[in-house]
Design a protein around this ligand. Structure first.
Ligand SMILES: Cc1cc2nc3c(=O)[nH]c(=O)nc-3n(C[C@H](O)[C@H](O)[C@H](O)COP(=O)(O)OP(=O)(O)OC[C@H]3O[C@@H](n4cnc5c(N)ncnc54)[C@H](O)[C@@H]3O)c2cc1C
Length: 387
């Protein structure tokens, strides 16, 4: 079996790359599970813009117009817009729909087939495992879209991300179609990240992420459910997973490019990976197309992919990661002081314009209106202002 491109991983990033390249090239996707999208490792909260980028037709479970931010000392701030800010999607269905789009575009999907390793000799000979048997196939380009624990990434020395956070969430049988998500911050509730109560229409999703050195998130989730008075509700579903933050690299090598979580393309403020992963998938497809046309699959040529995705999303991810470092350095009294500084009508106006795909864009406007925020980390926040 010989292909122009083999994509390891049939998640959103891999399917999108396959969909974009299949009209012109022979593309195969190896997915180790029997279906795309399962097990679910996602809250399913994305912007309407990202749902469009996915190219699927899905009626959201709920549409959100804002958030209630809860601070450790008891202050609540509501941020709200007349425009929809987020949609709650069925993530398993989304992955399956995106795989269908790739298949319709001509990609060949191989389920239950795990990518194992490659031997590079100007082209690749790949080993995979299927039904406990080792098989081989050949390709000119290999795309590592194999998620946070990317085997392809390890092979090319992409290294560990700067940081991992661990997430855990449960779905509770409580109908809620309100259009506001509740977000709790604080080192007791969710050290190093935040907790959420997300209305999903037919049910309510409650979860949190915590920094790696805080240990497993289970006891934080139990405490959070108790805080919300929901500890006696019997979950109808449960998801967990870890999220790479702060980037990793390189994201290319001879005949190889990484995309999505495999490339560390994840938003540091929210852990969302769909937006940066899908924008980077387009950059990857453009480079792959040029590389195959010009018969240049060497690392020196593929370097342009890293340049392209850094320009498209990487700079903003880096800027948001610097903001995250400020966030993780804050104590609970710091959170309360920061909340007091922004709890003013003129600053609410700014917060209402917040965009979940571009959170760092708020920072300069907030700092100009409330320079008192600089006390939390003058050096880092000043860097935000200068871009
Ligand atoms: C708790 C939690 C909540 C999250 N919530 C959100 C959210 O609300 N919004 C958002 O945008 N993001 C969210 N994310 C992040 C988001 O889920 C990821 O960024 C996204 O799934 C990345 O897509 P991907 O295609 O790069 O990788 P994945 O979705 O992980 O897909 C990788 C695929 O590769 C397959 N695979 C792995 N290894 C191999 C192999 N060796 N051979 C073949 N196949 C292989 C896997 O089975 C998988 O199907 C969340 C993550 C977690 C953990």
């Amino acid at each position: 079996m010989r292909y122009d491109v083999v994509v390891a991983g049939g998640g959103p990033a891999g399917s999108r790359v396959a969909e974009l390249l299949s009209p012109n090239w022979e593309v195969a996707v190896l997915e180790e599970h029997e279906v795309s999208g399962l097990p679910v490792q996602c809250t399913g909260l994305i912007s309407p813009r990202v749902l469009k980028l996915c190219g699927v037709d899905q009626v959201p479970k709920n549409v959100l117009h804002g958030a209630r931010l809860h601070f450790p000392g008891g202050r609540d701030i509501s941020v709200r817009s007349s425009e929809p800010k987020g949609v709650v999607i069925d993530r398993a269905l989304l992955d399956q729909q995106m795989a269908e789009n790739a298949i319709d575009a001509g990609a060949e999907f191989f389920y239950n087939r795990r990518y194992l390793k490659r031997i590079w000799n100007g082209g690749h000979r790949l080993h995979y495992c299927e039904d406990n048997q080792i098989g081989e196939m050949e390709c000119r380009l290999l795309v590592g879209a194999d998620g946070q624990n990317s085997r392809v990434g390890r092979e090319i020395g992409a290294g560990e991300p700067r940081e991992w956070v661990r997430g855990l969430q449960v779905d509770l049988p409580i109908e809620d179609d309100s259009d506001m998500v509740d977000i709790h911050v604080g080192n007791e509730v969710a050290p190093g990240f935040f907790a959420w109560k997300l209305p999903c229409g037919e049910f309510t999703r409650v979860g949190l992420c915590v920094s790696w050195d805080s240990g497993p998130p289970s006891h934080y989730l139990r405490a959070y459910l108790k805080k919300l008075g929901l500890q006696d509700e019997k979950p109808i579903d449960k998801h967990c997973g870890k999220i790479p933050l702060g980037g990793r690299g390189p994201t290319y090598a001879d005949g190889v490019m990484l995309v999505g979580d495999a490339a560390g393309q994840v938003k540091p403020a929210s852990g969302g990976g769909l937006h940066p992963g899908l924008l980077s998938a387009r950059c990857l497809a453009e480079t792959a197309d040029a590389s195959l046309n010009q018969e240049r699959t060497d690392a020196a040529f593929l370097k342009r992919y890293e340049k392209a995705w850094t320009k498209e999303v990487g700079k903003e991810l880096a800027r948001t990661y610097r903001l995250r470092r400020v966030f993780t350095g804050m104590s609970d009294p710091d959170f309360d002081k920061a909340a007091a500084l922004v709890d003013r009508p003129d600053i609410h106006e700014i917060l209402n314009y917040g965009d979940i795909d571009h959170p760092a864009e708020l920072a300069p406007r907030l700092l100009r209106k409330s320079p008192g925020l600089l006390r939390f980390s003058p050096r880092l926040i000043a860097a935000m202002l200068s871009r």
